[in-house]
Design a protein around this ligand. Structure first.
Ligand code: AMP
Ligand code: FES
Ligand code: ZN
Ligand code: ZN
Length: 328
């Protein structure tokens, strides 16, 4: 196996590109793909202050590393969800990475700051954990970015993630989600700009990037996600990719080039109905945003049946007042 660039011994093959790479040229390919995504979708300006949402996993640490190495001002944001040992270990990876490089890591903790952890919150709200988790993270990313005056929120979503989500949304024709499934969402109506610079890289590549760069990331998957639909879609796409390399890339980038714009009017209609959440001020289409509703149910359950069943709007208000945002 020879490197496509220098013909030296290769350490990894990237079948989608029909290419093998040595360490140096693999790392260069990763940087090039990230730069290309940033340019292709106008993700970042050189002077932007970026807030990178870091889970302690390979993707978010890789994107934080790539952006800081490229000279961007990029702080990290870790959200502690209270998922037992998994959260402790992932927080450890995020902190170590930041400490070793002298980078700033902002931490938000669901239990300490809002009075509930994700497993009990999801139970109380009768939501699938991953759905409660997704809305919580989106809300807290937006809130931290707006409060910290950041220009953009960066997440580590990679090509496998985006293709799997697209696959799931297309299977059920969730047109409202398809309308928002873009590598860049502009700043708007109180929501910060959001970007996904890893959309041109697969998860095998981001894992290899971390190993080759000596980045210690949490390998364990979230225990609450086991068996969820999203993982099933990933496996299905991996089977197709194995016999037909490049399918995932063509599926996702074909959607962006040829179909995404068709769903835009739906996203526009959603924006028309936005108003400030009565609990926290975040833009939402309901009276209370999804995060305030989750907090209300979770903390009410935590206070026990004796505390009564009424909605405690004051508790919601005092728990997280401020200009925050919830949504895509
Ligand atoms: P996931 O929703 O787990 O697929 O993660 C998607 C992206 O969200 C990751 O690449 C990170 O950028 C971000 N993320 C996930 N979990 C956390 C967390 N606990 N704290 C901060 N960012 C996170
Ligand atoms: Fe969100 Fe597991 S990290 S449900
Ligand atoms: Zn080489
Ligand atoms: Zn709210």
């Amino acid at each position: 196996m020879k490197c496509r660039v220098c013909r030296g011994p290769a350490v990894i093959d990237v079948r989608r590109q029909n290419a093998n790479y040595c360490v140096e040229h693999f790392l260069r390919m990763c940087r090039d793909q990230v730069n290309k995504a940033i340019e292709q979708f106008a993700m970042l300006n050189p002077q932007d202050r970026a807030l990178v949402a870091v889970s302690g996993g390979k993707d978010s640490l890789a994107v934080w590393d790539l952006l800081s190495e490229a000279g961007y001002e990029a702080d990290g944001l870790y959200v502690g969800l209270g998922i037992g040992d998994y959260s402790d270990a992932s927080r450890g990876c995020a902190r170590r990475f930041a400490d070793q490089r002298g980078l700033e890591l902002i931490e938000v903790d669901l239990l300490e700051d809002f009075g509930f952890d994700l497993p009990s919150g999801a139970r109380a709200a009768r939501r699938v954990p991953c759905s409660a988790c997704g809305l919580t993270k989106r809300h807290l990313f937006d809130k931290a970015a707006v409060q910290g005056g950041y220009d953009v929120v960066v997440t580590g979503h990679n090509l496998d993630d985006e293709a799997a989500v697209l696959f799931g949304n297309a299977l059920r024709w969730h047109t409202d989600y398809l309308a928002r499934q873009l590598p860049v969402l502009p700043e708007r109506d109180g929501f910060p700009k959001k970007v996904k610079p890893l959309v041109r890289l697969g998860e095998r590549e981001t894992a290899a990037y971390c190993v080759l760069r000596g980045i210690d990331y949490i390998v364990q998957e979230c225990p609450l996600a086991a068996g969820n639909r999203h993982l099933g879609y990933k496996e299905a796409l991996n089977e197709i990719e194995a016999t037909s390399p490049g399918t995932k890339f063509d599926f996702y980038f074909g959607f962006l080039a040829r179909a995404a714009a068709l769903f835009r009017p739906i996203a526009e209609a959603d924006h028309q109905n936005l108003a400030g959440c009565l609990g926290c001020g975040a833009p939402t289409t309901a009276e209370l945003c999804a995060f305030c509703r989750l907090t209300e149910r979770a903390t009410r359950a935590g206070r026990g049946a004796g505390a009564g069943a009424e909605v405690d709007g004051a508790a919601v208000l005092s728990a997280h007042r401020g200009p925050v945002a919830d949504g895509a």
